[in-house]
Design a protein around this ligand. Structure first.
Ligand code: SF4
Length: 580
């Protein structure tokens, strides 16, 4: 459509690193959140971020959150008053008539939970590429010239407030939390020329406020659930009410994505296994899940259906469900690994939070993650669950948190033992350094600086990376380059930035033979004795009289539970179950 050349009333945009669908792999975005911008000049990656636009200059693909903001504004304003565009097209839409620019920000400062360790490993001042790309928006000449109100939302908006960067970036208002209930009012106030509150802590949207946007979103994201309920102490999504979006609504969004040229549908969730589950929510509703994925995968035009976040305990409860999902989703997977025996070497890679190998620390911070099993058997759940996933060609991505409050050397040693037990499994590890998130039970915790990491913590991080490299870097010459790169990094920079505790862990990653590292590191990887098999994990007291088959059937034949279950606030009820 033709927009006013004097500028559009409201313009919505996002850094290119957030809207790219590069390789149809959501995990590739992590590279932009990890590599420091100072080592990656823009001309090197610019082409890979090239964005599709419609003839009028608006964006074809945009992050899901921005599509929600667009849908809300379009309920009150005509189409010509709302333009959604990439940063390179801001010139076309921002002008004297523009009242507000809404920016989606995932990692605007570079302090996101999972990215700190990757950029900080190069030095404490390193800023990842996606933070650099966010700044390209804030310092865009058109925004600086016409000074519309700049409203920032998205998962990383809090970073701007926390780091006191509002003035430097020219941001007028930061929206923290889901914006459904505040977006319209803020843009209306900007339209009226009013001052905006610098920080808005948005209340959680009521069910009737939820929107499922019918425009194409990055990776065809549709939100299948909100909230979680397992109540991990460091986690913010679990503070939200747990809901599942009805399949009819989701399918409408899927079809809308396909209509606008999308080939991938990424149904996102904090835990796919809670979709459609009634009480107890931690027992998956196999019917609801299989039906949902079957319907999505059979929409004509949908070529790829990746898996989102998940928890591991449901795989142990119901391995048959993993098999059924594999039948539907493996043919629709874009991911491949030569160690997969599935035709075309296809794999599925859900992101799963393991966080620690220490049952003691797990019981203190995330006892609900193991349900219906007892958290004291956390390692057994992880080993058994990983075996089940691998048997079905799922090569999961496991996150670990180093430096959780109260973590001791013994906890890290147990995490290292777990890595050793999983050595023959097919897993990609993403260790990160603990970052306290607002409103969580660990909000007052402290994030370690890389210089403060102990040798054991570095050993965990670099052993995890080594095992990931052995699985993920399939080309021999790239594997060699990674090793040589670590060697060079250690001697040129790492030993000064991270101190002597970095040395031997870095040498392990660089491929120095294990027998030469013996005595310097905790794990002896030259010892090739096979690890003990997993013991069957114990169920929590409440379920101890049931068999796993009975548990797996708990949701069987139940009507699809849509808008969720109870709101769980404050203390975790699951801890009580675990202690009983
Ligand atoms: S399992 Fe834990 S970390 Fe994951 S979403 Fe649920 S509460 Fe958060």
């Amino acid at each position: 459509m033709a927009y006013d050349p004097r500028g559009v009333r409201f313009v919505l945009t996002a850094p290119d690193t957030e809207s790219t669908e590069q390789g149809f792999s959501p995990w590739k975005q992590m590279v932009y959140a990890s590599v420091p911008a100072q080592f990656a000049p823009r001309f090197l990656y610019k082409k890979m971020l090239a964005q599709q636009t419609y003839p009028d200059g608006t964006a074809v693909v945009m992050p899901y959150g921005l599509r929600i903001a667009e849908a809300i504004l379009l309920e009150e304003y005509p189409r010509e008053d709302v333009a959604v565009c990439h940063p390179d097209q801001l010139d076309l839409f921002v002008g004297p008539r523009t009242r507000a620019v809404g920016v989606s920000a995932h990692n605007p400062i570079g302090t996101a939970f999972s990215t700190g360790v990757y950029s900080n490993i190069f030095g404490s001042s390193a800023r990842p590429i996606n933070a650099y790309e966010s700044e390209r928006i804030f310092f865009h000449p058109a925004i600086r010239k016409y000074r519309p109100k700049v409203i920032v939302g998205g998962a990383g908006a809090w970073q701007i407030e926390k780091t006191g960067s509002m003035e430097r970036l020219g941001v007028d208002c930061v929206v923290i939390g889901r914006g459904e209930r505040v977006i319209l009012e803020l843009f209306e106030r900007a339209d009226a020329g009013e001052e905006l509150p610098p920080v808005v802590h948005a209340p959680e949207p009521a069910l009737e406020d939820l929107r499922v946007p019918l425009r194409r979103s990055t990776f065809g994201i549709v939100e299948m659930t909100r909230g979680c309920g397992r109540q991990c102490a460091f986690c913010s999504p679990t503070l939200e009410t747990r809901i599942s979006i009805p399949p009819e609504q989701l399918l409408e969004a899927v079809r809308a994505n396909v209509r606008e040229g999308g080939r991938i549908i990424f149904a996102v969730s904090e835990d796919i296994f809670i979709y459609g589950a009634s009480a107890p929510f931690y027992i998956p509703n196999a019917d609801a899940l299989v039906n949902f994925y079957e319907k999505v995968a059979s929409v004509p035009g949908v070529d790829y259906v990746p898996l989102s976040h998940a928890t591991l305990a449901p795989a142990v409860v119901n391995p048959h469900l993993i098999k059924e999902l594999s039948k539907i989703l493996l043919p629709k997977s874009v991911l491949r690994n030569p160690r997969s025996t599935y035709p075309g070497n296809r794999i599925l890679s859900p992101l799963i939070g393991i966080e620690t190998g220490s049952p003691r620390l797990a019981a203190m911070t995330m006892s609900g993650k193991a349900l219906p099993f007892d958290i004291r058997d956390w390692q057994e759940i992880v080993v058994e669950g990983t075996n089940i996933l691998n048997e079905n060609h799922w090569f999961p991505v496991y996150t670990f948190i180093v430096g959780l409050p109260n973590e001791t050397d013994d906890d890290i040693k147990q995490s290292l033992e777990l890595l050793k037990r999983l050595r023959k499994n097919k897993v990609i590890y993403v260790p990160s350094i603990f970052t306290p998130l607002e409103d969580t039970r660990m909000a007052s915790g402290r994030a370690l600086k890389p210089r403060e990491l102990t040798r054991l913590q570095w050993e965990f991080i670099l052993t995890a990376w080594k095992q990931s490299r052995e699985l993920g870097v399939v080309n021999e010459s790239s594997n060699w380059l990674w090793k040589a790169g670590m060697f060079a990094f250690y001697y040129l920079r790492g030993r000064w930035v991270h101190g002597p505790q970095f040395r031997y862990p870095a040498m392990r990653f660089a491929g120095i033979p294990e027998h030469r590292l013996r005595g310097h590191l905790y794990l002896d990887l030259s010892d090739t004795t096979p690890p003990p098999p997993a013991r069957p994990p114990r169920l929590v007291a409440k379920h101890r009289s049931s068999t796993l088959e009975e548990l797996a059937r708990l949701q069987d034949g139940q009507p699809f539970s849509v808008y969720g279950t109870t709101r769980v606030e404050g203390a975790s009820p699951f801890r009580v179950v675990g202690q009983a």
